[in-house]
Design a protein around this ligand. Sequence first.
Ligand code: PLP
Length: 400
Amino acid sequence: MNNFNPADNIQDLQYFGEFGGVNPSISDSSTYTFLSAKTMFDTFEGNMEGCYLYSRHSSPSNLYLDQAIAAMEGTEAANVSASGMGAITPTLLQLCSAGDHVVSSRTIYGGTYAFLKNFAPRLGISTTFVDITKLDAIEAAITPNSKVLYCETVSNPLLEVADIASLSILAKKHQLTLVVDNTFSPLSVAPAKLGADIVIHSLTKYINGSSDTVGGVTCASRAFIDSLKNVNTGASMLLGPTMDSLRSASVMKNLRTLHIRMKQHSYNAQYLAERFEKDGLKTVYPGLASHPSHEIYKKMINPEYGFGGMMTIDVGSLDKANALMEKMQDCNLGYLAVSLGFYKTLFSAPGTSTSSEIPLEEQAEMGLTDGLIRFSIGLDHNIERTYQSMKACMIAMEIL
Ligand code: PLP
């Protein structure tokens, strides 16, 4: 783990464009010609390395991005998709059939929660949601039908930390596939190096970083990625959440600056979290000593990239949260918007937005309060200036 340097792995990939361009050429085709009919047959059968058939299966541009993200996560292979949900749902459907059971963290992205809670049961797949920080409770939830243990490295929106190495031991003991959504912590954490079998990202967030597209990726063994793309039985191939080549080329260009951006996101979030906590606000950030999993997370991360750009504060009520967010937007401190990983700070109240799929009583049980504001801290150049302006908004709204 200590010798694993994901940014170097990305940098070491060398691609030339068709005419010697410094960026790889974009494959602007949905279908590909064959000089012989026999080669077409062999390609369909999966026997022809380097031949392209049809872009829902593979395209040269998507394969470049697959390769770069697999290098970043230290997995054999990867498969990009049209959105994060377009990576999560085929992965789970490839792993589970009718009668199978999933053990999942209860604090996960609302869309993933809704899929497991409401949609997967239509296909005979059931889920038990657990507190991912309680290994005993997780083990107790495993049944003979359990196939998957699912979590996010740092959970959305409560920023709970999954102890991936311990979860991996548990998963291996019960022959479960450990699937980890690493969207909040690219470069900081390498789940596969800690024992995860499959790593997923919503590329929409930090990896692309410019809030101009949705995208996703599944990183895993070559065998699993091939199974996702199998023309007869592959969930990605058959459900069709394919990323467009033009988009994968643009995500690839943004990936080049991820290491610089993650450092600044983390630096700024750590700075604000420390100050807001000192000011007496209920602040949750994995880089604070007060975070219940601070010590565990410290051991999991690559310290160069810090504790990430996500933090929450609880201002007591939804009305106060809404008023503060509107005020901060008026003062140009960020946008009242869902999503994360943008150059500018984004804030939202998860209970009424990204986690609104979770019923109110379950939100209360997991500690998702009304007054919680989730911040994705931006790349602000002068974070002290930002802190002073945010503090002025909080004083104006009688929160401080
Ligand atoms: N995983 C996490 C942790 C997320 O926050 C999100 C979206 O907010 C997703 C997955 C879904 O990704 P997408 O919106 O790209 O489908």
